[in-house]
Design a protein around this ligand. Structure first.
Ligand SMILES: [Zn+2]
Ligand SMILES: [Zn+2]
Length: 349
């Protein structure tokens, strides 16, 4: 089969690789779509960091159709559309027995330690494949993985109905988290420098936005919260200033949910954290139940993901139109979906 292979820093190639045999407990998934994410770009530019061995097929935001099942598989049948829990954990350690499978020290992740979705097919444990309801489109399901990450972040935020939640960074994750926060409280504010992101936030029902390219974040937050400031800040932007302004702008006693991976050590106002008695909560990946929650939210139309799809590319275009576009400075892209079987192009013919 055709698959993108990561060989090392700035070295990815489209290659022909053998399709492994399917084991009794596994399913063979024909990949429909797989999203290209900022993490993939970080691995390309600065990795291998999360990629554990090379060559590796990247791609962790996937949806596909089951083509074959192992002898002992009973939960999935061929022809079903599925998304996966992409984290493989030992199921034995303390973290696993508490349901914290994303904290398992033995864990592996699709696209980083196990071949991922930038390929024609994927073999995965059947227990970790979940079928999609008919009402959820295959395209919108390609964003269930980042939506699961957003569900996990909002879960850790423990938002109360009357609290104000501020999302710093209205990219894909920020806009997913904003929609899920909106289910918990009516007071959600989205902050970004990009007009296109803030417009999209408004289209998704996040009416309060701050354009920090032209406006002062502190003053605007003060006005929007009538001087109270937000109890919760979800930091998805990354970079040296986002965490610092989260600490400065959150209400005393408030929570900062750190979603962005920084890739560097940051200088932050530590005494402000102490004096304001802030809680800084890191959130990494998702847990199995978050995947089911994300499917459920899409089914109930409480979460809209279609508008975050910026385009479709085939495997031949992954490098030229995928990685290169994602790295360009002027990028106004949310998710590009890799379409290994030209499904989308064929649909539009
Ligand atoms: Zn991702
Ligand atoms: Zn474990």
């Amino acid at each position: 089969m055709k698959a993108i292979q990561y060989h090392g820093n700035k070295d990815i190639r489209l290659e022909e690789i053998p399709l492994p045999n399917i084991q009794n407990t596994e399913v063979l998934i024909k990949i429909d779509y797989c999203g290209l994410c900022a993490t993939d770009i970080e691995e390309y530019l600065y990795g291998p960091n999360s990629i554990k061995k090379t060559p590796m097929t990247p791609g962790h935001e996937l949806v596909g159709t089951v083509e074959n099942i192992g002898k002992s598989v009973t939960n999935i049948t061929p022809g079903q559309r599925v998304v996966i829990d992409g984290i493989i954990s030992c199921q034995k350690c303390l973290a696993c027995t508490k349901g914290l499978n994303n904290q398992c020290t033995e864990r592996g992740t699709v696209g980083f330690s196990h071949n991922g979705g930038f390929a024609e097919y994927l073999i995965w444990p059947a227990e970790q494949a979940f079928s999609l309801p008919d009402s959820v489109s295959t395209e919108s399901a390609a964003l269930i993985e980042p939506a699961s990450v957003a569900c996990h972040a909002i879960e850790l935020a423990k938002i109360q109905p009357n609290e104000t939640v501020c999302i710093i960074g209205a990219g894909t994750l920020g806009l997913l988290a904003a929609q899920i926060a909106k289910i918990k409280t009516s007071k959600v504010i989205a902050i970004d420098t990009r007009e296109i992101s803030l417009q999209l936030a408004k289209n998704l029902g996040i009416t309060q936005t701050i354009d920090v390219k032209n406006k002062d974040m502190h003053e605007e937050l003060k006005t929007l919260t009538e001087g109270k400031m937000p109890e919760v800040i979800i930091e998805t932007a990354g970079g040296p200033t986002a965490l610092k302004s989260s600490i400065e702008n959150v209400k005393s006693g408030g929570r900062i949910i750190m979603v962005a991976v920084q890739g560097q050590d940051l200088k932050v106002p530590v005494d402000t954290i102490v004096n304001k008695e802030l809680q800084l909560i890191g959130t990494g990946g998702y847990r199995t139940h978050n995947v089911k929650e994300a499917i459920n939210l899409l089914e109930k139309k409480q979460l809209i993901t279609d508008c975050l799809i910026s385009g479709y590319i085939n495997l031949e275009e992954v490098i030229s139109d995928g990685y290169n576009k994602m790295m360009s400075k002027e990028k106004n892209i949310f998710r590009l979906l890799v379409d290994p079987h030209n499904k989308h192009q064929n649909l539009n013919k």
